[in-house]
Design a protein around this ligand. Structure first.
Ligand code: ADP
Length: 262
């Protein structure tokens, strides 16, 4: 029976190692896919500053001909600001790195969440052809947060893009922020198609998409929310959904103002 016990232990160890390896490989694949989703998102965002700088440079050429120094200065400043923003984003794509435990490495800095939300809603609005109305009336003018600004912006743009994608041609979104001593809470609410209760547990899974005849004929890969959840949890936060079919959805994220992940 000693031999039997030994074989059993050996078998358990072999199966255990095998499962561990499988899990590691799965996690690595998942991360590669999330990384891709992040880069895709960035690519989409890189187009706006490039277009702005292009237009500014053309304007500068005209003002050089007219020798209008004031206008030249204005457009040079605009180009400089856009290029700085672009540079920051490119750095973030290149830096997007994962650590030994396959988590996205965060680059945390203190920033103002209110301006980040304002920037995100502009980004989301610009990239849509629909009539998008976003109500965001915070009762504070600034809200400091220590987090990875580029990833948090991507999270917001993803939620806003979804709110727009899964709404009819007139889109009504409301963003609410709240802060306590330790946490900030951001809620993104839309009046779109909503999500049936039975799907709530799956929507954060990779590649999951609700297949119900696509009433607004929406394209996607089912990666956005998986990325969003990964980033929020990496910050020590949570994301929850509250949604009813035909009524709309509310995605609420809660993140610590300063988390211990560093
Ligand atoms: P994608 O939008 O590329 O399909 P996501 O991971 O962002 O992927 O979303 C997963 C699924 O959850 C979507 O396919 C959609 O069915 C549902 N969903 C996400 N956000 C919303 C929303 N605001 N309103 C309605 N359904 C949504």
């Amino acid at each position: 029976s000693g031999q039997f016990l030994f074989s059993l232990l050996l078998l358990t160890a072999v199966i255990g190692t095998f499962l561990y390896l499988l899990k590691t490989i799965r996690k690595q694949n998942q991360l590669a896919i999330l990384r891709k989703a992040f880069v895709n998102n960035m690519t989409h965002e890189l187009k706006t500053p490039v277009a702005t700088v292009m237009a500014a440079v053309e304007a500068i050429q005209r003002f050089v001909a007219k020798d209008d120094k004031v206008k030249m200065h204005t457009y040079l400043e605009l180009s400089k600001a856009e290029l700085e923003h672009l540079n920051h984003m490119i750095e973030r794509v290149l830096e997007l790195d994962v650590d030994e435990t396959h988590r996205i490495r965060l680059n945390q800095r203190e920033f103002d969440l209110i301006s980040l939300i304002n920037g995100s809603l502009e980004t989301a609005k610009i990239s849509s052809k629909k009539d998008v109305q976003i109500m965001f009336e915070p009762n504070v003018s600034t809200m400091s947060l220590l987090a990875d600004e580029a990833h948090i912006k991507n999270v917001l743009v993803n939620l806003l893009d979804n709110a727009i994608k899964y709404s009819a041609d007139t889109v009504q979104i409301r963003i609410d922020v709240q802060e306590t001593n330790r946490f900030v809470t951001i809620a993104v609410a839309d009046k779109g198609k909503g999500i049936a209760q039975q799907h709530h547990k799956n929507i954060f899974d990779m590649f999951f998409r609700v297949s119900d005849g696509n009433i607004y004929d929406v394209k996607g890969f089912g990666l956005g929310l998986a990325y969003v959840k990964h980033v929020i949890e990496q910050h020590g936060g949570q994301i929850v959904v509250d949604s009813e079919l035909g009524k709309g959805s509310v995605f609420t994220i809660r993140i610590p103002k300063r988390n211990t992940d560093d």
